[in-house]
Design a protein around this ligand. Structure first.
Ligand code: AMP
Length: 277
């Protein structure tokens, strides 16, 4: 596995493509876990070459303390990726991505309002900008994103379509701990007590999804799910919403494919999760 620090180092991708090889991109912010590795595994299975990017993107953090505390472990990440058949790890310094004078923002309307878009101002603009840059810098044919960040996945699909970026987006299922907690780099920051409470988020979503499918009253179910999460010990539920699975429009009744999405705070840690309905 080669390590690239500059955009110029990515020129090797053209050599691969000239010889007819397909190239996959797996964008990450590092602090890797089995969820990230599942994306790498899927990329490895579907493409000839795999690029993993490791960049803690300052522009997508709405709170400076979250950026400061975000776990960074390049050596460990690189050791985890080596046996996975990754060809290139792109881990640039911030000034390579945002040189002096950088002035462009990619902003997707509609899908970015509501849920994480409302509670994390600027987050999706920062994400859309870095993802667009990574697509254009790498010129990969295919990119892999986790369903854990469901709203993000729909936004990425939209921007690729709107900007005619020649890349195919593949969504990959959420990888969970045995007790149901969605794997996340932020789980490392949970205290042992909070770690035992954390699976309640997924449990409440799963229970609510079953009740929704059984045709019970939506408002009652959403209210009960919020209560189940706070009763379990979460400090507060930021949002818990039923949305159309791709347009993310709020839904008043069950019938169309839907997703139940939530964010909740446990001590200083914000966890998100979602399930199909
Ligand atoms: P991050 O490093 O948190 O920005 O995540 C990088 C990519 O990994 C994103 O596409 C995430 O959706 C995906 N991802 C994060 N956690 C999981 C998980 N538990 N299962 C599947 N994909 C995940």
């Amino acid at each position: 596995m080669k390590i690239a620090r500059t955009v110029a180092d990515l020129r090797i991708v053209s050599d691969w493509q000239r010889s007819g090889q397909t190239v996959a991109l797996v964008p990450t912010m590092g602090a890797l876990h089995a969820g990230h590795l599942s994306l790498v595994g899927r990329a490895r299975a579907l493409c000839d070459r795999v690029i993993v990017t490791l960049f803690v993107n300052p522009r997508q953090f709405d709170r400076p303390e979250d950026l400061g505390k975000y776990p960074r472990s390049e050596e460990r990440d690189s050791a985890m990726l080596e046996p996975c058949g990754v060809d290139l790890l792109f881990a640039p310094p911030p000034e390579e991505i945002y040189p002096a004078g950088f002035a462009t923002t990619v902003s997707v309307a509609g899908l970015t309002s509501g849920m994480c878009g409302d509670f994390r101002p600027g987050h999706f603009d920062g994400m859309a900008t870095i993802v667009t840059k990574l697509f254009l810098m790498s010129r990969a044919e295919r990119a892999f994103f986790g369903e854990k960040d469901w709203q993000q996945l729909q936004i990425v699909r939209r921007l690729v379509q709107d900007l005619n970026i020649p890349i195919e987006i593949t969504g990959c299922p959420t990888v969970r701990e045995p007790d149901g907690l969605a794997m996340s780099s932020r789980n490392e920051r949970l205290s042992p007590g909070d770690r035992s409470i954390a699976p309640a988020l997924f449990a409440a979503l799963t229970h609510a999804a079953k009740r929704l499918q059984a045709g019970e009253e939506i408002e009652d179910i959403l209210f009960a799910a919020r209560k189940q999460i706070t009763d379990a010990g979460f400090d507060r539920v930021e949002y818990l919403e039923l949305r159309h699975h791709t347009t993310l429009e709020p839904l008043q009744h069950i019938g169309e494919p839907a997703r139940l999405l939530a964010a909740a705070w446990l001590g200083p840690v914000r966890l998100i999760d979602n399930v199909p309905v």
